[in-house]
Design a protein around this ligand. Structure first.
Ligand code: CAA
Length: 282
């Protein structure tokens, strides 16, 4: 399947990571973003990370050059027409994603259309397509080159052939796939984000400082980073959106977003990407 060309829509953190993993796994990749500047930033970030892998002797220089030669980019969605698999990693805006899927459905009628959405319903995305059986979720985790999991999310309409093809693709990307039904928050975010939300409540109530909340889970539960550090990595806006999806999807008050989380998002304190979240970054 290495002869596959994979389209990646969105050159943000997740799109960059997916593109990097795909080119280093031997696939041709077309990276698409509406903004030329985002493509340049994405390409530069991939260049830098591949150079780091060479420094660490995890990749040789010819391997780096060959991987980079497999990457092309475009600002036009129809530049993805020749792809056999298209992985959408655009911002988490339902209207934007539905529009993208409608367009992709028309321009690549035989491709598998996968979304990296962290919380939206795949069944709803599939419903805007003429051929919904080839729509599926491929949910990667940040940082994509490091974390091994891909949640393969099956929409109501997804065919067995599509599920099998993306499970196989995930494996060829060096990942482990788990098969998840199209339920709000899927599996990982339904577990992870309420924990982050509860950490925000601890902070809001003055139970412990941000540093001590993070130290508690790093040292007391062997998490690689504390929940507030993790919120800063994911983006506080993304965490809030996931809590809202859980709250609306289940109608259960246990998923109410923490008011402090809401205030921080309203203030523009979104985490690492804005230089400030629960912690401050240079
Ligand atoms: N891109 C690529 N590689 C990266 C990276 C990045 N952004 N950040 C770190 N790495 C690599 C480092 O280069 C290093 O590689 P080597 O072992 O080859 O040297 C390795 O990861 C470890 O990095 P560090 O030594 O710098 O730091 P660390 O050991 O503290 O690990 C971490 C950093 C990998 C981010 C780790 O803290 C971690 O796994 N944290 C949890 C992250 C997590 O839970 N992510 C899921 C978020 S939820 C999500 O993404 C889904 C959603 O829908 C919201």
């Amino acid at each position: 399947m290495s002869e596959l060309t994979i389209g990646v829509v969105g050159a943000g953190t997740m799109g960059q990571g997916i593109a990097q993993v795909a080119i280093t796994s031997g696939f041709q990749v077309v990276l698409c973003d509406v903004a030329e500047a985002s493509l340049e930033r994405g390409q530069a970030a991939i260049d830098k990370r591949l150079a780091k892998l060479v420094d660490k002797e995890k990749l040789d220089d010819p391997g780096r050059q060959a991987a980079l030669a497999r990457l092309t980019s475009t600002t036009q969605l129809d530049g993805l027409a020749g792809c056999q698999v298209i992985i959408e990693a655009a911002p988490e805006d339902p209207e934007l994603k539905e529009r993208l899927f409608r367009d992709l459905d028309a321009l690549a009628p035989h491709a598998i259309l996968a979304s990296n959405t962290s919380s939206l319903s795949l069944t709803r995305l599939a419903a805007v397509c003429e051929r919904p059986e080839r729509v599926v979720g491929m949910h990667f985790f940040n940082p994509v080159p490091v974390l091994e999991l891909v949640e393969v999310i099956r929409a109501e309409q997804t065919s067995d052939a599509t599920v099998e093809a993306v499970q196989d693709l995930a494996e060829r990307l060096g990942k482990t796939a788990v098969l998840i039904a199209d339920a709000p928050g899927f599996a990982v975010n339904r577990l992870l984000v309420p924990m982050i939300n509860e950490a925000a409540f601890l902070l809001q109530e003055g139970v412990a400082s941000a540093d001590d909340i993070d130290a508690s889970m790093k040292l007391g539960a062997a998490h690689p980073m504390g929940p507030l550090q993790l919120a800063d990595l994911i983006g506080l806006d993304v965490c809030l959106a996931i809590m809202e999806v859980l709250q609306q999807g289940f109608g259960d008050p246990k998923y109410r977003p923490c008011p402090l989380l809401r205030r921080m998002v309203a203030a523009g304190y979104l985490g690492r990407k804005s230089g400030r979240g629960f912690h401050v970054y240079d």
